[in-house]
Structures are given as C-alpha cells and as structure tokens.
Design a protein around this ligand. Sequence first.
Ligand code: MG
Length: 378
Amino acid sequence: MKRVAIAGSSGSIGTQTIDVVLAEPDAYKVTALAVASASDVIIEQARRLSPDVVVVTNEEARRRVEVALPGVQVTGTLTDVVDVADVVINGVVGFAGLSVTLETLRKGRTLGLANKESLIAAGPIVQPLRATPGAQLVPVDSEHCALHQCLRSSMRPHTEVSRLVLTASGGPFRGRSAESLVGVTVQEALAHPTWKMGPKITIDSSTLMNKGLEVIEAHELYGTSYDNIDVVVHPQSVVHSMVEFTDGSTIAQLSMPDMRLPIGYALGYPDRIATPFGKIDWTTLARLDFEPPNREVFPCLDLAYEAGRRGGTAPAALSGANEVIVEAFLSGAIVWTDIARLLTRVLDRFSHTIPHTVDDVLDADTQGRRLAQEELAQ
Ligand code: MG
C-alpha cells in the first residue's frame, strides 16, 4: 500500500488525485491532506479518507478544522505532510508550494510535482536536492509527464536524444492576426478549447506564456539545452509531447486530455496504475493536426525562452511580473496585447543574478512584480 500525501487538496490537482486514489483502493491510501484555508473542503475530505495528518496553514481556518475533526492531528505546517507519505503530490499554487518540494526531495521521497514555481522560479535551488538518495521528481503536467514517458524508452538519453518537442493547444486565439487580438475580451481569452483550468493559467495559455514557462520547466527537468527544445501547436491536445532521437525516430505520448493520467503516473511510478484515464477511442479520433507557433502574434513564448537562456533569477522575475500583468488584464486595466508588450519592458529592465537561497528567488519574484507595477502605472 503506497501512502499518498496531497498538498493543495482542495484545488483541481488535489481533487483529481483523490479520484485516482479512490479508483485504486487496494494500492493507494491518502495519509495526509493540506490546504491553505479551504476548511469546509478539507473537513469533508478528511471524513471520507481518514488521513493521519491534516494541515491547514491559515490559523482561523485551522481552528474550525480542529473543532470539526476531533482526534485527528491538525497542524499549520505544510511540510508536515511529507513524513507520513511515500509519494507527495504537490498541487499547491504559488511559492508556498516550494517548501513541500524541498522537504519531499530532502527526505528522499517521490514528488509528484504540479507546483510551477518549484522549477520555473526556484530551479537552481531545487536541482541539487534531486540527488538525495531515494528522491524522485515526477512531473504532474501533461507535457512533462509525456516527455518523462518518452525518455524512458532510451537507455542513453544523454547521447541519444536530439530534441524535446512540447505540444501546445494554441489556446483560443490560434490562427488569429496580431491586429485582430487588440480588442479581445477577458471572456474570449478565458474560453480554452481543450483544457479546463483556472483563469491565470488559461490566460497564460492564450498568450503561450504557459508553454514558454513549460519550456523552462523541461530544461530544468531533463537538462536539455534551449536550442534543443521546440514547441509545436497541436490543437487536439492528444499528443502531449514528443522526443526526437538522433536516428530520426520520434516517440510521442498520446491520450485524451485528462489530468488524472499524469497524476496516476506520478503515484504509480516506476509502475503504472491499473485504471485507464484518457484512453483513446480510435473510432472517433479523426485527425491530429500540427503547425508551428506564430512567434510574432505570441511573443510571450520567446520572452520565456529569453529568460530561460539568461537563467539565474530571470525566470523567477518573468513569472512574478507575468502574474501581476495577467491580473491587470483580468481586471480590465489593460488589453490582451499589452501583456507581452509590458513583459518585454520588464525583462529588458531586469538584471539577473545567480540565486543561492530561497530568499534570493523570492527577491527576484518581488522585483519582477515591482517592475510590472511600474510599467502598469505608465
Ligand atoms: Mg501543461
């Protein structure tokens, strides 16, 4: 029986992790749940799953949970989930999730990573901990999970792999011209064709910033140079990414869009779970299309490549600035085309350094956010 901790159990990754665990009751058990403040959700989950540890970081919410769950260990420290687990699913949103990543790797456990900041912003801090004996980092993101699966086919990935190819759905504005995108509404940008996600990541998907940040993540995960990571637009979101080998072969991973597959992959690794999620029905899958991304209409893709190539604190600053600017778009303060325009200015003004501590990374994030605020005020 594998013991599973879920950090961020009220979110989309968290609730889908519970789905997968409940589909495999003989193989997995939830032993820890953690949220920031969603007390009603975690109370219901704890009653259903009987975990050993329940973490609620917000103090007021924690008091409500303590009263509702007598006899259950309720704490306020996110990293308390690690000790009682063999595999930790980190679905925490934001920098708060970084502590879970660091502690899970430090303790030599398997980390199913869905927290973006851990690798995009804090890659240089997280990397050395991956060498801890027993530590495994398995990405919970459809593209990186696909690459992980494709790379398993190689005995010598360092010499045999020539290119990673990340697929992108292209978002709601695929095929549009730059001029036609000036006046798009928040509602139009939120209408993602294939994946149902939160508003921030859906906007990132409409600008291709999400894909750009995933390129940085792929570089951190697999050590592939930026020159050898490509993006191809694939509107059906069935091919989740591909690896091209030196002999011309390409191996791709295909499944219907369903996040429970990458979650189950991380839970089971190195084995595969027995429940199929996202199985393909070949009688209805009519076609798979591919096209290059339009880098002029979607400049955020290359902004992320640039930040990744600069390295150090540049991705942290870009990611922080992007959050502020996307927030401004969602609130109606700027138009969609301003997102890339303002981010270009932020990146031009930011001078990156090599981060040595978590605080260095947080500083870069703060600085990125401040530069974004300044650009927004112009
Ligand atoms: Mg993704």
